[in-house]
Design a protein around this ligand. Structure first.
Ligand code: DX5
Ligand code: ZN
Length: 235
């Protein structure tokens, strides 16, 4: 079952991040997350340059694609996203999210992603101001606000990013945009409430989905938090 709540007409979605799943049993993790009502899957691609960690590439995205029909949200924490847009799209990515701090020309990445039929998002690190992506708002399907420093799952949520979520929500609403605001990093039952209240619509959950406890209970709690937060959002 998909998350049956909305914010300004937008669906609120939970996207478990497979970085926190057991890589040796990904098929099981995907099946369990789907049964628990995951709306999409978030896949964290790390190149060891843009971030210190290395995760996986297009082959793993393709393997996941073969196991699920849910949207695949591919978060490119890589230095040169333009070079890999086509490979990840061919592997089955529905949304390609690149970092504004990376080397590629943002408008070229966006155009290329759209040309290949993907939705495109732009991500900002916790220390990057919203103004870095605002000029792109008309062209984006998603704005991803990182709430931890990219590179690892299981870190603590940085609440200082919430004003950026609020400002993005206001500007997207004012422009009549249907773009998602994704919040990524340290999203838990506690922090999801504030992120939803600030206007996030897409909730990446790694450790809070896959580590400890039962995934269906974990997603049920996360969804309840998101609904509570969205109800608190005044719009
Ligand atoms: C961090 C990644 C996140 C991470 C989320 O660089 O972008 O998507 O996997 O994991 P949690 O929810 O555990 O912080
Ligand atoms: Zn991510």
């Amino acid at each position: 079952m998909a998350t049956p709540v909305s914010q300004g007409g937008r669906r609120l979605r939970l996207a478990p991040s497979l970085l926190s799943a057991d890589f040796a049993a990904l098929g099981d993790a995907i099946r369990a997350a789907e049964a628990a009502g995951a709306d999409a899957f978030h896949l964290d691609v790390m190149d060891g340059h843009f971030v210190p960690n290395i995760s996986f590439g297009p082959a793993l995205v393709a393997a996941v694609r073969a196991r699920t029909k849910r949207p695949l949200d591919v978060h490119l924490m890589i230095e040169d996203p333009l070079r890999y847009v086509e490979a990840f799209r061919k592997a089955g990515a529905d949304t390609l999210v690149f970092h504004i701090e990376a080397r590629s020309d943002p408008m070229v990445v966006i155009r290329e992603g759209h040309r290949l039929g993907a939705a495109v998002g732009a991500a900002i690190r916790p220390d990057t101001p919203l103004s870095a992506v605002e000029p792109l708002f008309d062209h984006l399907d998603q704005v991803l606000v990182m709430s931890v420093h990219p590179g690892f799952s299981g870190q603590k949520f940085i609440p200082d990013v919430l004003p950026k979520v609020r400002a993005a929500r206001e500007r997207l609403d004012a422009a009549g945009s249907v773009a998602d605001i994704s919040i990524d990093g340290g999203v838990t039952e506690e922090t999801a409430v504030d992120a939803a209240a600030a206007g996030a619509t897409f909730f990446v959950c790694g450790n809070s989905a896959f580590v400890g406890g039962d995934i269906s209970e974990n997603l049920r709690r996360l969804r309840a938090s998101v609904e509570r937060g969205a109800a608190r959002a005044v719009r």
